[in-house]
Design a protein around this ligand. Structure first.
Ligand code: UDP
Ligand code: MG
Length: 319
């Protein structure tokens, strides 16, 4: 299997026929074996029956997973990835806002040697106030914090080589951070402008509240990508800084005593003590985190590195 399309579906009954039409139109032009994994995320409309109809007609290409209830877009994508077999994965939305006609162009980029090609909805057709504007701010923040510079993390349409994300689990709103994770394991990433269409049928499932979740996920991702194998550097570093400030503050109070300035009435006393205690706590938290990291890596035999190729080393270290 060369290519797997992974598509999350939640209440998209009217869009699905158009989606299938566009997918077939594009896939029939490609010289690749392909499959589509459609994940019905607990739809309450007729999406599932539409999906099963298409799956029955074309069992060689169309595969369907259906959730018992709505678990969210990220979970749906995660399930799609779990059941997909292609060496190349393409993610896209079911609502025809992404255009399957962009897929060949993205695959051509992969052939140029990239491991991941991320779509950029340059001319995005969503609500300006509740979606586009907050999304622009969030994108800038993510770009700044993660050091992975893309314009549009939120675009579902992405193509990548399966092996760069082997072992990566998706939580929360994390599918948008796939490029950040891929970058952290050394993948070559690029971005291409893709078409974006207004929604014809059904409603968007998201509003302003999504931005908050995205920002919270950004904390997690930054932590996991930058510190997950060395948390003591973050906790310990913060802790040492706090201890230093606390002790400097207390030292200042102590020295002032020589000029008979009372320390006990100064607000600097509780502040200094508080900083020192918080710092000490933070260092201890870092030590616990270090312990957790070891459990994580050693219990699951997860190495702390990722390998691109091996030469004359066919046997794995576990064999
Ligand atoms: N989706 C899903 N589960 C959800 C919400 C959305 O599978 O809980 C799917 C939805 O059917 C669509 C894609 O995720 O295929 C993107 O959703 P939507 O179009 O509502 O997001 P927007 O384009 O407005 O960001
Ligand atoms: Mg949409």
């Amino acid at each position: 299997m060369n290519l797997s399309l992974v598509i999350p579906v939640y209440n998209e009954q009217e869009n699905l026929p158009f989606l299938f039409e566009a997918v077939y139109k594009t896939m029939n032009t490609l010289q690749k074996s392909w499959e589509v994994i459609l994940v019905d995320d607990g739809s309450r409309d007729e999406s599932l029956s539409v999906l099963s109809e298409y799956a029955q007609k074309d069992p060689g290409h169309i595969r369907v997973v259906s959730f018992r209830r709505n678990f969210g877009q990220t979970a749906a994508i995660a399930a799609g990835l779990d059941y997909s077999q292609g060496e190349i994965i393409v993610l896209l939305d079911a609502d025809m806002q992404n255009d399957p006609a962009d897929i060949p162009m993205m695959l051509a980029k992969l052939d140029e040697g990239y491991d991941l090609v991320s779509g950029w909805r340059k001319d995005r057709k969503d609500n300006a106030v509740t979606r586009n504007f907050p999304s622009m701010l969030a994108n800038r923040l993510i770009s700044r914090v993660t050091g992975v510079h893309l314009h549009d993390y939120g675009c579902t349409l992405k193509a990548y080589r399966r092996d760069v994300l082997e072992g990566f689990r998706l939580y929360g709103e994390m599918h948008r951070f796939i490029p950040v994770y891929a970058n952290s394991v050394g993948a070559n990433i690029t971005e291409v402008a893709v078409r974006h269409h207004p929604r014809q049928f059904g409603k968007t499932k998201y509003g302003l509240e999504r931005t908050v979740k995205v920002i919270l996920d950004l904390f997690t991702v930054k932590f996991l990508v930058s510190y997950s194998s060395k948390p003591i550097y973050l906790f310990g570093g913060t802790g040492m800084a706090l201890i230093f400030i606390g002790l400097a503050d207390l030292l200042y109070l102590f020295i002032r005593r020589f000029w008979n300035v009372p320390a006990s009435t100064s607000p600097l006393l509780p502040i200094g003590v508080m900083f020192a205690i918080m710092g000490f706590q933070s260092v201890l938290m870092g030590l616990i985190a270090e312990q957790l990291v070891r459990t994580y890596h050693e219990s699951q035999h997860k190495p702390t590195y990722t390998i691109r190729t091996k030469i004359n080393l066919d046997k794995g270290i576990d064999d």
